[in-house]
Design a protein around this ligand. Structure first.
Ligand code: SF4
Length: 380
C-alpha cells in the first residue's frame, strides 16, 4: 500500500463516528488498531471490526452541520473505485477488518456519486471480499442503483437527518426531504421486499437523525421513527446528538445532550421490539421524553403501579410492558410457568428478570412482592 493511499485513508476516515453502524444502544467511539480507526458493527450475530471510509470528502452540497460541506477549508481527498476496493480488500485479507462501511461526499451529482460507490462495492466483491458491507445511499439515488446496493450489501442507509421537510430546511437547505431522502428509503424497502419474495438474501435498512439544532421534539422524532420501522422496513434508527463543528454555520449552537439521545434510543427499542406505539409514551407539555427516568419505567409508573401484571397468566406482550422484562425473559416466564406457578421474586430472577425494576409492577400468584417504590419526576 503506497504512502499516498495511507494518507488518503487517514483523511477519509476522519469524522466517521458521525455515521453510526453499531448495534449497541449508544454508538461507541473507534478503537485504534495498527494505526487504523476501527469501529464495530453487528453482522451475522457477531461483532465485526469495521473500516468506515469515505470514497470522497469533496462535497458540492452545504449541509449546515457537516464537516464536509462545500467551501469549508480542510484537506480533502478522494479515492477512485479501483484504488479504494484494492486498499480495503488488503485490510480485509490482513484481517485488520472484517467489514467495510462506504459513504461519500457528493460530486458531479448524486447519481454519479452513487455509481462510484457501487463500482467500488462491485470491485470489492469481485476481489473476493465476502465480509460485511454497509453502503450509503446518496440522496436522490435512482431505483436501479438502490436495487443494486440492496443486492450487494448487508446494510444500506439513507440519512433522513430530520423528521420532516420543515426541520430539514434548518439543517440542510439544499436537500429535498421527500424527493431525495424519503423516496430513496422507499426504493430500498421495495427492493428489499422484492428480494425477500424471491427468497434472496437482503440488506437491512437504517437511517439517522441529527438531534437538536432543528428544534424538533422527541415526539416528532418518534412519530416518524414508528412509521419507518412499521411501514418502511427500517431496522435501525440512529439518533446522532448534534455536535458543533468549527467553521460551519452551526458552530455556535450548543451540543445536544447525550441523555436526550439515550432516552430516544430507549423509546426506539420500545417501539421496535416491545410493541409500544409512539403515542403511548409519556411526553412533557413541550413534546420531550422525561430525562430523569427511562420511558418504560415512566409508562409503568403511570399505568401499572395500580394495575400490576400477574406473571402467571399475562401473555408475552403484557409481560414485556413490565420494566425489567424483555422479549426473551417474557418468553422464558411463559415456558417456566407451564411447569410450575411463579410465586417468588427469586424464580423471576433465575429467569433473567431485573427484579428491582419489575417488583413494583407484578403480582406473583395474586400477591405483590416487597418492593421499593421507584423515584420518578412528579410531572409524569
Ligand atoms: S451531502 Fe453529505 S457530505 Fe455533503 S454536506 Fe451534506 S451531509 Fe455533508
Amino acid at each position: 500500500m503506497t504512502c499516498s493511499v495511507v494518507e488518503k485513508f487517514q483523511r477519509l476516515t476522519q469524522h466517521m463516528d458521525l455515521e453510526p453502524d453499531e448495534e449497541a444502544p449508544m454508538p461507541s467511539p473507534p478503537r485504534e488498531l495498527g494505526g487504523w480507526p476501527i469501529f464495530h458493527a453487528a453482522a451475522r450475530g457477531r461483532r465485526v471490526p469495521l473500516l468506515k471510509v469515505l470514497q470522497s470528502s469533496f462535497c458540492e452540497r452545504d449541509c449546515l452541520y457537516c464537516p464536509f460541506r462545500a467551501g469549508r477549508d480542510f484537506p480533502r481527498s478522494a479515492f477512485r473505485p479501483q484504488e479504494l476496493a484494492q486498499a480495503a480488500h488488503t485490510l480485509y485479507r490482513r484481517r485488520v477488518v472484517q467489514g467495510v462501511f462506504l459513504s461519500s461526499g457528493i460530486t458531479g451529482g448524486s447519481l454519479a456519486t452513487q455509481d462510484r460507490l457501487l463500482a467500488t462495492a462491485h470491485l470489492l466483491r469481485r476481489e473476493g471480499f465476502s465480509g460485511y458491507l454497509h453502503l450509503k445511499l446518496m440522496p436522490g439515488a435512482d431505483r436501479e442503483q438502490v436495487a443494486q446496493a440492496v443486492a450487494l450489501a448487508h446494510r444500506v442507509s439513507v440519512n433522513l437527518e430530520a423528521p420532516g421537510a420543515r426541520w430539514l430546511s434548518r439543517l440542510a437547505p439544499g436537500k429535498w426531504y421527500w424527493r431525495e431522502l424519503f423516496q430513496t428509503l422507499q426504493y430500498a424497502a421495495q427492493a428489499r421486499r422484492e428480494r425477500l419474495r424471491q427468497g434472496l438474501s437482503v440488506a437491512s435498512i437504517t437511517t439517522q437523525f441529527v438531534v437538536g439544532p432543528a428544534g424538533e421534539t422527541d415526539r416528532d422524532l418518534l412519530r416518524v421513527t414508528q412509521e419507518l420501522v412499521w411501514q418502511m422496513d427500517v431496522q435501525r434508527v440512529y439518533f446522532s446528538a448534534f455536535r458543533p463543528i468549527p467553521r460551519t454555520p452551526l458552530e455556535d449552537r450548543p451540543a445536544e445532550s447525550l441523555q436526550r439521545v439515550q432516552r430516544l434510543y430507549q423509546a426506539f427499542f420500545l417501539v421496535r421490539d416491545y410493541g409500544f406505539r409512539w403515542d403511548e409514551l409519556l411526553f412533557d407539555e413541550k413534546g420531550f421524553l422525561p430525562r430523569e427516568a427511562d420511558p418504560k419505567m415512566v409508562w409503568a409508573q403511570r399505568y401499572l403501579m395500580h394495575a400490576p401484571v400477574e406473571v402467571n397468566t399475562a401473555d408475552v406482550a403484557r409481560l414485556m410492558r413490565v420494566p425489567g422484562i424483555g422479549p426473551r425473559t417474557a418468553r422464558r416466564i411463559v415456558a417456566a410457568r407451564r411447569v410450575r406457578r411463579l410465586q417468588d421474586l427469586r424464580q423471576l430472577q433465575a429467569l433473567g428478570v431485573q427484579v428491582q425494576r419489575a417488583a413494583p409492577f407484578v403480582l406473583l400468584d395474586g400477591r405483590r412482592p416487597p418492593f421499593q417504590p421507584p423515584l420518578l419526576p412528579e410531572t409524569f
